[in-house]
Design a protein around this ligand. Structure first.
Ligand SMILES: [Zn+2]
Length: 146
């Protein structure tokens, strides 16, 4: 099973996946029951997203009687990692530090989380550079280092 997501998962599709990740296996009714309240989606809307997820390869559909049992083809952890990597692929590397700092300020964190981040930072400190190199195509950022 590929860890990298080849195609993007939309915000709405992620809502569906979160239900499947939580339940392990789910019918479309299980998914609809959870999301009807949260998103006020009509069953047809949820079914459209489920169909797209199957087509994109994120959901596996196992026929059982007159319905399908859905399970995830990618773990939640891998998917979240991919989404985070994708964000950093889309910004100038020079902005990564500031972006992470902003995310950190906004994020609700436990003592354990802070401990973990501190460990990573201690490690990063050993390998930090004086200046991060820009990774952009000229014309897509205002870095003066091109
Ligand atoms: Zn740049």
């Amino acid at each position: 099973m590929a860890v990298e997501e080849k195609v993007e998962m939309t915000t709405s599709e992620r809502e569906i996946m979160r239900v499947v990740w939580t339940l392990g296996e789910a019918t479309s009714k299980d998914i609809i029951d959870v999301l009807e309240a949260k998103k006020e989606w009509k069953p047809a809307t949820a079914k459209t997203f489920i169909g797209r997820l199957v087509k994109k390869g994120f959901l596996l559909a196992e026929p059982e009687g007159n319905k399908y049992i859905y399970s995830a083809a990618i773990s939640e952890e891998d998917s979240v990692k991919t989404a985070a990597h994708r964000l950093f692929d889309q910004i100038c590397h020079k902005q990564a530090g500031k972006t992470i700092a902003d995310m950190l300020s906004e994020a609700p964190l436990s003592h354990q989380d802070v401990e973990l981040i501190q460990q990573v930072l201690n490690d990063k400190k050993k390998h930090a550079v004086d200046e991060v190199a820009c990774n952009c195509v000229p014309g897509q950022c205002k870095c003066s280092t091109h």
